[in-house]
Ligand binder design. Structure first.
Ligand code: BGC
Length: 277
């Protein structure tokens, strides 16, 4: 592996955090820098903050890869959804916007996918040989499906329907905070949610991340599932570490559909238009 540094950046609703990552160890190789997310969190405003973070680490980073997470679906460099972020991200050529502002290539990835990859490579599901579902319980519910070490991106299982409605608004950790629920009061909602995931996907392991996972001993023992369910290990470092790993991985394995028009990409990868530089 190259000795170059890799930078991971995690874009969240309240803060944008970045750190250099040691991919051999799966841990930070620098302090973490956090800058508040701009109140109007449009792609341009967020890119300006991301630039401050890249500039901060610029000397050590050199021309090393940069991976960035976003709480949205990302297909081939475009953001396609915006459940808990500014609606202007929907269908934005986000990777290209970042690259224009930063003057360098970056990789953009869904936040839960990045965290999931990190947990499977270095954390709670390290080296797991089967089907792992990583969930992050925060403002929203993020999910990553990783089968035998390979990520199936953009699973968006936080929005599965339970009792006729999107599960996320009533099941995320933010719902517990908003409604002032005890862990015992919140647990039945988690029970329904994870039972449903289990029924739909038959995973071998479920990992639970997000800030609330530091209290996993207060709610995971209340759940009755057939699948082992464990707390995440990398906590709030997972997104940064996973994004950094994926940025290096894309250098090694380029995405042939990168920047392609979504409709063309959907229809047939072979004639998808090339990305404009
Ligand atoms: C979004 C996902 C994101 C998750 C966690 C959900 O509302 O739809 O894309 O991964 O929140 O941030």
């Amino acid at each position: 592996m190259s000795k170059r540094h890799v930078l991971g950046i995690d874009i969240g609703g309240s803060g944008i955090k970045g750190a250099l990552v040691d991919l051999k160890k799966g841990e930070f190789a620098s302090d973490r820098l956090r800058i508040p997310t701009p109140a109007e969190s449009t792609p341009q405003n967020v890119a300006a903050v991301v630039k401050q973070i890249v500039d901060h680490f610029g000397k050590e980073l050199g021309d090393g890869p940069v991976g960035i997470t976003i709480p949205a679906v990302v297909t081939h460099g475009r953001t396609r959804s915006a459940a808990n972020i500014d609606k202007s991200w929907i269908d934005a050529p986000a990777e290209q916007i970042f690259e224009e502002v930063l003057g360098r290539d970056i990789l953009l990835v869904n936040d839960a996918d990045a965290a999931g990859v990190a947990e499977v490579l270095y954390g709670a599901a390290k080296g797991h040989p089967g089907l792992v579902i990583v969930t992050t319980l925060g403002t929203g519910i993020g999910t990553a499906i990783i089968n035998r070490g390979v990520l199936v991106p953009n699973s968006e299982l936080g929005h599965i329907e339970i009792d006729g409605a999107d599960a996320e608004p009533t099941t995320a950790a933010s719902a517990r905070d908003r409604e002032g629920l005890t862990f015992e009061e919140w647990a039945p909602r988690l029970q329904k949610y994870y039972s449903r995931l289990e029924f739909l996907l038959w995973p071998d392991l479920i990992v639970v991340g997000g800030g609330v996972s530091k209290n996993a001993d207060k709610f995971l023992p209340l759940l009755k599932l057939n699948t082992p369910i464990v707390p995440a290990k990398l906590r709030n470092a997972a997104g940064i570490i996973g994004a950094a790993w994926l940025a290096q991985d894309r250098l090694d394995h380029p995405d042939p559909l990168r920047g392609a028009d979504p409709a063309a990409a959907r229809a047939d990868g072979t004639d998808a238009p090339k990305r404009k530089k």
